[in-house]
Design a binder for this molecule. Structure first.
Ligand SMILES: Nc1ncnc2c1ncn2[C@@H]1O[C@H](COP(=O)(O)OP(=O)(O)OP(=O)(O)O)[C@@H](O)[C@H]1O
Ligand SMILES: [Mg+2]
Ligand SMILES: [Mg+2]
Length: 493
């Protein structure tokens, strides 16, 4: 029976295209290879500018280390590439990475939509390389040259600063997970399934208080560690059993001898600890509503998979899209619009980074809210737009509540001086719609645009605010241009 279920699971995964095709793999590998070339040119340019001895310039190097779902080998067609740029002691983040390298990347035809998230806990650049999203943080080591096989676990590794440590943590956590799981292929296959399930059921979005990739990777690794001999299908069933019966807020901690004792995380409803020493707890935006939805979905998964002998079992039922319009009579419609696509992307990034406060407010007003992470486009509305539909509890808010919820949320959005300009040009409307009023063109399980992540984007319309940045080391040398940054904290980590 177990073999049969595993066979049908593998068939199902193939049918849904959960494994990348060889072309997709090659495309991503090319991105990494080309990025490596770019950063080699960059680091030599910086070495020259820093007046390093002539003979040292050709032998200095920087490298790229992949992590996230790409590093774990579980990426799907809509996953980004998470690539950490690791540079030597003389290449700084503020000047050489965010200005010199950004300008170099900007001049490449393959690269578009460059965004800088400078003030997040893990500062990063984000861009599209041949259409694939790349998250690109930076870590500075004390070495003069960084080989491709740099050993991040070496006791001799010295890191320039705390931010570099945080940036390295993603790679180290990934590497540790890969070391800790007993059967890599089974882990990867199970994690792909769980991520697909979470996306389909509307519980995959770190920013909206659901799971992010790292949370699911650790939960999957936890199951794999305890059941090293379980089949692929059994691992999926055990995942649901284990975590629907889990006595939250008991923390999920991998068996890892290098892990120090950590005081319990009493801030999160679902504490999940990262492996490897010193990285602590996974960040989470979970709220009481999203906690409830996650638990309900885990319970559903458990009920559907627990009976191994059920003849009428079909994997497709487990992965059915969450039927929002059947589940909720009314929705909060969040309508965002901007004069152009570029501004819409910035506006969307900014609003999304503040979504948690909207969610908390709605919970206060009406108890429960299910923030569907999908983004829709209303073709009948004029201008570029993005629409969200969040499920509301039956005794939902009335119109007056919505007016005050909007006012409070706009105040949150306007807290930053720089974005005030943005919110003058862009619009946000909140309204309550009945499920029957949801237009046909916006049927809730189709027509969604691919989710984009919250970020701040430096785009062409603020070119006029650019200022020259001179090198700290050669005062006459312009290293590039920068634009003013909002007081932005990425909602991601
Ligand atoms: N909340 C978080 N807490 C700690 N680390 C995080 C968090 N979110 C992201 N990271 C780090 O960034 C990496 C990449 O995150 P990302 O959001 O791209 O997810 P992912 O696992 O790559 O899944 P996806 O396929 O959706 O891209 C994670 O593997 C983790 O190292
Ligand atoms: Mg990723
Ligand atoms: Mg990412």
């Amino acid at each position: 029976m177990d073999d049969e279920r595993t066979r049908s699971l593998i068939q199902f995964m193939a049918k849904e295209g959960l494994e990348p095709t060889p072309e997709e793999e090659t495309k991503r590998k090319d991105v990494i290879d080309q990025l490596k070339q770019i950063i080699l040119t960059w680091i030599r340019r910086v070495a020259w500018q820093r007046r390093l001895p002539k003979e040292q310039i050709p032998i200095t190097s920087a490298t790229i280390l992949v992590y996230g779902s790409y590093g774990l080998g579980v990426y799907g067609s809509d996953s980004d590439i998470d690539a950490l740029c690791v540079g030597p002691y003389f290449a700084t983040m503020e000047e050489d990475f965010f200005i010199v390298l950004r300008n170099m990347l900007q001049s490449r035809p393959e690269i578009s939509d460059i965004q800088c998230v400078n003030s997040a806990k893990v500062p990063l650049m984000r861009f599209k390389f041949n259409g694939i999203s790349v998250d690109f943080p930076y870590a500075q080591l004390s070495a003069s040259s960084i080989p491709d096989d740099v050993d991040l676990f070496s006791p001799y590794l010295t890191v320039a600063d705390e931010t570099s440590w945080r940036s390295l943590s993603g790679v180290m956590v990934n590497k540790r997970i890969l070391q800790l799981v007993p059967h890599l292929e089974n882990f990867q296959s199970m994690l792909r399934c769980i991520k697909f399930w979470a996306r389909r059921r509307g519980v995959y979005s770190h920013i909206l208080g659901f799971f992010g990739g790292v949370h699911l990777a650790i939960l999957a690794a936890h199951v794999c560690q305890r059941y090293p001999n379980a089949s692929k299908s059994a691992l999926v069933s055990i995942f649901f059993e284990n975590f629907s019966l889990w006595p939250w807020p008991k923390p999920v901690i991998l068996q890892d001898s290098s892990m120090p004792f950590m005081p319990p995380d009493d801030r999160s409803l679902m504490p999940i600890m990262m492996p490897s020493n010193k990285f602590g707890w996974c960040n989470s935006n979970i709220t009481s509503s999203t906690f409830r939805k996650i638990k309900e979905e885990l319970q559903r998964g458990y009920l559907m998979t627990r009976d191994n002998g059920r003849a009428d079992f079909e994997w497709s039922r487990l992965f059915e899209p969450f039927p929002y319009t059947k589940m909720y009579a009314s929705f909060l419609r969040i309508f965002l619009t901007a004069p152009g696509e570029d501004e819409l992307r910035d506006w969307l990034g900014w609003v999304k980074s503040r979504f948690k406060s909207l969610l908390l407010e709605l919970e206060m007003v009406q108890g429960y809210c299910d923030p569907n992470p999908k983004e829709y486009v209303d073709d009948s509305a004029p201008g570029p737009n993005v629409v969200f539909y969040w499920g509301l509890s039956p005794n939902g808010c009335n119109l007056t509540d919505i007016v005050s919820v909007r006012e409070d949320f706009m105040e949150t959005l306007n807290k930053d001086l720089y974005t005030e300009g943005l919110s003058n040009r862009c619009k946000l409307e909140l309204s309550i719609v009945e499920s029957l009023q949801v237009p046909k063109s916006l049927q809730l399980d189709s027509g969604a645009r691919k989710g984009s992540k919250a970020c701040w984007r430096i785009s062409d319309y603020n070119q006029e605010q650019k200022r020259r940045i001179y090198s700290r080391h050669l005062s006459q040398y312009v290293v590039g241009y920068a634009v003013p940054e909002p007081d932005y904290e990425s909602g991601e980590w």
